[in-house]
Design a protein around this ligand. Sequence first.
Ligand code: C2O
Length: 598
Amino acid sequence: MASTVNSPSTPITLPKISSIQTPFLPKTSQLSIFKKKKPFNFVSKKVVSCKASNEQSSSPNRRDVLLGLGGLYGATNLVSDPFALAAPVAAPDLSLCEKSTVTSKSAGTIKVACCPPKSTNIIDFKPPKFSKIRYRPAAHIVDSEYLDKFKEAMEKMKALPEDDPRNFMQQANVHCAYCNGGYDNGDQNQELQIHFSWLFYPFHRWYLYFYERILGKMIDDPNFAMPFWNWDSPRGMVIPEMYVDPNSPLYDEKRNENHQPPKMLDLDYAGTEEELSKRDLIKSNLSVMYRQMVSNKTASLFHGQPYRTGDKPSPGMGAIENNPHTAVHRWVGDKKQPYSEDMGNFYSAGRDPLFYAHHSNVDRMWNIWKSLPGKKPGKKRTDFADTDWLDSSFLFYDENANLNRVKVRDALDTRNLGYDYQRVDIPWLKNKPTPRRPGKGRGQGHGRGQAVAAETKAASVIRNAFPIVLDKVVRIEVPRPKKSRTKHEKEDEEEVLVLQNIQVDRDIAVKFDVYINDEDDETPTEPEDSEFAGSFTNIPHNHHKPGVKLDTNLTLPLSDLLEDLDVEGDDNIEVTLVPKEGKGLVSIGNIKIDYIQD
Ligand code: C2O
């Protein structure tokens, strides 16, 4: 059995495939998982594929530009050595905070006041003293004594004066301002956006840290720990009971009415209801978790892409932020509201008490990720060592309403912040996706996306054309610069698929899936198949200049997948892009294969 310890100090070992058994699935579902797949034959394929180029991105990153500008930039930035430029994202200037713009195609544009009370007195955060570690409990198994305390704390937080920065709405607005264009990133032309980059995990960790301290303060219990929504485990795959009582301060009416308990959560949710049996849905969910957590081994695959001061926002999301984080937001939010409030839009997500339990589990995934085996045998996974990440900073009001400046480097270990997570089983460690077996008839007629399967089979064809507009299923042949790499090379560098310059309006919900070498078959590719490389998602949000499109990148790990499909010797892979939500509204600038260390 796998270890169920969540602390990064205790490495988790993955179970051997041969010993896999799960209580939820018949053993037969694991049969012949090592069956060899024949190499993909492009010649015999009657599709004309678009050849992806392997050139460098045309948009240089900020650092290259800075280096190019050399002394000019240095002179204005108090840095004399252009090669020693530090460019961490700086904490925003609250006095420059602007109202957020929220738009949707159907409801138009509104302005929302999300800025926090101003304060000129900023304290540099010092790690707290505490007498014991607070353990955040799984929300579905807390006792009534805990629940009473939690509800009392929430009630008191909601009852604080409106202009108290610890007030419930003020706390919700923290998310709105940092995520919907309230602040600049070192330059009036660049907005600060803490999603779609390496700031996602540390920002939300700090946000929840102060939220929890405030809750504790409300009930005079500095040891109070907020709950986490254990959606990665079958029993946690419904909205936790405590959040659905209309008389509770944990309730929010702006949620999808069809997703109340006992409706089971879909971690691959794309805006439509799927007719999956409970068993198939559990299997799908656990497979999503395995891929996002286990296969994404490097810091940038997990956390997201580097984002420094003055950079354009949204360089690229990490694995968990992309999915299932987005799926949970979209699944909870109410699509009947003008802007998919509350959870379905960044500006309003923090208004649902469930948001904090959702993000608590996202945060827990960071701890678990660090305890999983890394690329090299016997080596743990590591966060970035880049000081631009470590020194990035944010501002938050603490439990005494003092404004704190915090740095990413102080958030790497939750135990230094005085908290950890209750140990619960981690069932997805046993759910490694397996190669598709043609004709296995899985979920026939009841599976996900039968229509998509037919469309994929009809193999819409593109020639020459980047950018690609994703108005239908698209197949692209992508050349591999290296093949049959040695074990050593693979331990050193992860082979990744990079989708560059993905452009879409920020205010629409998007999901498209990426499959590798998914041969023609009657059954659709699903998360439990090795061929499923990952998804791209967007939660509606806005830029401080409405109309500026999201322009981002998606990086997906390939090393394990190519090994599982036994196609490491191939010169090319075939990439299938399947629009699930936001069809026709997304374009992709280029697709290439790259090799990364971090
Ligand atoms: Cu800041 Cu779940 O979003």
